[in-house]
Design a protein around this ligand. Sequence first.
Ligand code: UD1
Ligand code: CA
Length: 475
Amino acid sequence: MTSDAKPSLTAIILAAGQGTRMKSARPKVLHELCGRPMVDYAIDAALAAGSDDVVVVVGHGRDEMIAHLGKAYGARVRTAVQENQRGTGDAVRSALPALAPSTELVLILCGDTPLVDPAELVRLKTALGAENALAMLTALVDDPTGYGRILRDGEGRITCIREHRDASAEEKNVREVNTGIYIARAAFLREAVQGLQPNNAQGELYLTDIVATASKAGVVASWTTQAAGALVGVNDRSQLAAAEDAMYTRIADRFRREGATIRATARIDASVVVEPDAVIEHYVVLRGNTKIGRGARVDVGSVLTDVEVAPEAVVKPYSVCTSSTIGEKAQIGPFSHLRPESQIEADAHIGNFVETKKTVIRRGAKANHLAYLGDGDVGEGANIGAGTIFCNYDGFKKHKTEIGPGAFIGSDSQIVAPVRIGAGAYVATGTTVTRDVPDDALAIGRAKQENKEGYASRLKSRLKAGAAKKNESGG
Ligand code: UD1
Ligand code: CA
């Protein structure tokens, strides 16, 4: 960030831990849910809640982390390195030098809490008010095992947080837990974090100890979330799966509220857009930068990755489409395979067992059954018969096939590229096209048929006699 920028709210995202319980070579917070790394959700929530600046604390797998953050957020997110992972307090300490001097408030989030809702962060900021040094987000849970417990005095004021390992039997009964989300005044935070001591079961610097410090000097404000389940930190793959399910439900519900029909078993990634009146059937998977236009339908079991589907188009069951576009009212499938750079224009039809790759199928053209169309350009209204193959590859280079508008390619034709078939031309069934076909010409290239009258029964008796002889001789 530039030196003249004056952020007043800076977010610190703690993400330096290894995440041992994931049993993975990859840093925990880079594990994905709904197609995005876990840490991105915390960053997005911090940005949505009005953070002017975001500092992510990295440590374990830091090269991977820095590469990801640079790619996903560029200059909007900065990183601070925590050399040794000595606890959440030490992690915040590592971030302090990166804070702009003008920072007034610091929002602290953990990179392993992807379901956090920005509205809760705004509420927490309201709870902090103008006077308090610290506000924290708490949750009431049925099973508090593993979490820090919120301890309150007789008047209900927060006095401190006790980590599970350090808690007495009585303290363990407390069901109000620390979500690991706080807002602090910067001046208080700098001082409190410098004073932390490793007086606990793990010998770490616990960020949670700043709560007792704040409580001694004044009031620790708090906000208790209504969505307790959502704020459970993800520590292992089972919790990751549960968080992902919750996120998928959240994404589907958002599109439902906006007017789309999303069946219960569809899985729509966080980066996808579904417009109103679109129908996403059971077991559909939509990934990456996929966009489903108004009134379009994606039927059972189809998998779309980075595909733009225009309004009213239909993708019939079990189609697999990648990095392609599908025009208005076009029909794909069932069982079609659109490989990268397929461009299917409006009203075109791609049917079962048709594979396209880097090919334009222009308006109204049809390839309804069993074809391979690679590196091609199929003109408007052209018809590609069953079993047509664009022979685009000679073992060394790819070559282009051009089919003119209104051309008719008979079934079982091989089009040996590079080659051009003219507008309105007709390729007879079973032809191997090796030379350009002029506009309006008929291309026919197959062995001439011969009929031998009365020959079928003679042939059959001869074959039968031969088989009997073989049996007699025991063959
Ligand atoms: C922490 C809280 C606990 C709270 C829980 C909520 C402390 C001491 N405890 O426990 O009160 O209920 O979160 O989920 O704060 N990290 C670093 N550097 C470190 C250690 C951790 O960056 O040295 C990061 C981790 O990557 C992680 C986050 O801090 O994203 C939380 O760390 P974790 O070890 O998961 O803390 P918990 O034991 O869950
Ligand atoms: Ca955790």
